[in-house]
Design a protein around this ligand. Structure first.
Ligand code: PMP
Length: 383
């Protein structure tokens, strides 16, 4: 059997969701919204199923969606992408990442990866024969530093995987950090695979800056996106890869044999959704920020030290000032069994030297769910 995969544990999301089910708990662990998603986009998908084309679409994605992706990024980020040679549709951000990693990484290549790390990156890098070089990010700011990058980048650094906005830390990286990373990529001739699936889920007027738009990065960045996060339709699994033609061409060869194509009717609906007015996206952010504030306020009043959430569906709590004398994992196990609320221990996003004091809660839930969870957590930190 293949050791890379045979020895992998079940993901922490599955394990916590199972514990949530076993304990009849409110699941603030896995990140998915309670809301059914925008009705007009769902209707566009239903129409496309009933009246549209249901056979294999073009391998690269239907032309309307590739055009819509290019138009969307031109509008939001002044990014000029050629829809025919620089845009590909995949089956979710996960496949977009896998196609990108397998396209770039060869045996013996070093790949810089930041912890906390999204769980799919490391196994795929290893399957490609790559050697991960881990950078440990830390609360409360989780920022990149020159010193940390200097320790891991070298002549063998073929690629860097960077997630911005960062799940689970809920950070939207400022231009300064992107420019720092860009300098290292240029110095060591490194390709950046930038996981930007949370690009629209940002708060308080913050701006998402695609790494691809930083000077010097246009030809060395692969940008990954996901309609699942943009529209709160996480089960749809429509992802995008945007990159200069020499990079995209190879990623397309991988995609060809991973999934080949992606449901055409959902692609039609995503093309429609990406064309929605700015108000839709701004209102979505406002509504999610309201839920974030509700959970933040509630947890704070119960005595939880909440770290600010700049983006994603998540906020984090730093347990260290509470003197509980238990790890994030023990805390999560205790609250799911004793208080019937599931959360995710952030240490699960570290392969080595974990931060063990931070817990992630998902707030993309309706008010009643948030309030019920808060009520259940009332005595979680005062034993
Ligand atoms: N990257 C990150 C950082 C994510 O949070 C997620 C979804 N949880 C993905 C990739 C995967 O996206 P998709 O569901 O579109 O495959």
């Amino acid at each position: 059997m293949n050791d890379v995969f045979a020895n992998l544990p079940v993901t922490v999301f599955e394990a916590m969701s199972q514990l949530a089910r076993d304990n009849n708990a409110i699941n603030l662990g896995q990140g998915f919204p309670d809301a059914p998603g925008p009705e007009d986009i769902r209707r566009a998908a239903a129409d496309a199923v009933m009246n549209g084309y249901n056979q294999y679409p073009s391998m690269m994605g239907i032309p309307e969606l590739r055009q819509a992706i290019a138009t969307h990024y031109a509008h939001w980020h002044h990014l000029a992408l050629d829809p025919m040679t620089e845009v590909m549709v995949t089956s979710g951000g996960t496949e977009a990442l896998t196609s990108s990693i397998l396209a770039v990484v060869e045996p013996g290549d070093e790949v810089v990866v930041f912890q906390p790390v999204y769980d799919s990156y490391l196994p795929i890098i290893r399957q490609a024969g790559g050697i991960p070089r881990l950078v440990r990010l830390e609360p409360p700011h989780w920022r990149l530093t020159e010193e940390a990058l200097r320790k891991v980048f070298n002549r063998k650094t073929r690629a860097v995987l960077f997630n911005n906005p960062l799940n689970p830390a809920a950070v939207v990286y400022p231009r300064e950090d992107l420019e720092l990373l860009a300098r290292f990529c240029q110095e060591f001739d490194t390709i950046a695979i930038c996981d930007e699936v949370w690009e629209h889920v940002i708060y308080d007027g913050r701006e998402h800056i695609p790494l691809l738009t930083i000077p010097g990065m246009r030809d060395r960045t692969i940008k990954v996106g996901s309609a699942g996060k943009i529209f709160g339709l996480t089960g749809w699994k429509i992802g995008f890869v945007c990159a200069a033609p020499p990079l995209l061409r190879v990623a397309a060869k991988v995609h060809q044999f991973l999934t080949f194509t992606t449901a055409p009717n959902l692609q039609v609906a995503v093309a429609y959704g990406l064309g929605k007015s700015d108000d839709y996206f701004l209102d979505m952010r406002k509504e999610l920020a309201r839920s974030r504030d509700r959970l933040t306020k509630g947890l704070t009043s119960l005595g939880f030290p909440v770290l600010p959430s700049q983006g994603t569906y998540f906020l984090t709590v730093d347990l260290s000032p509470l003197g509980l004398n238990e790890t994030d994992e023990a805390f999560c196990r205790r609250i799911v069994t004793e208080h019937k609320v599931a959360a995710i221990p952030v240490s699960a996003f570290y392969e080595e030297d974990p931060v063990t004091t931070v817990v992630r809660f998902c707030f993309s839930k309706n008010d009643a769910t948030i309030d019920a969870a808060l009520e259940r957590l009332a005595h979680a930190i005062h034993r």
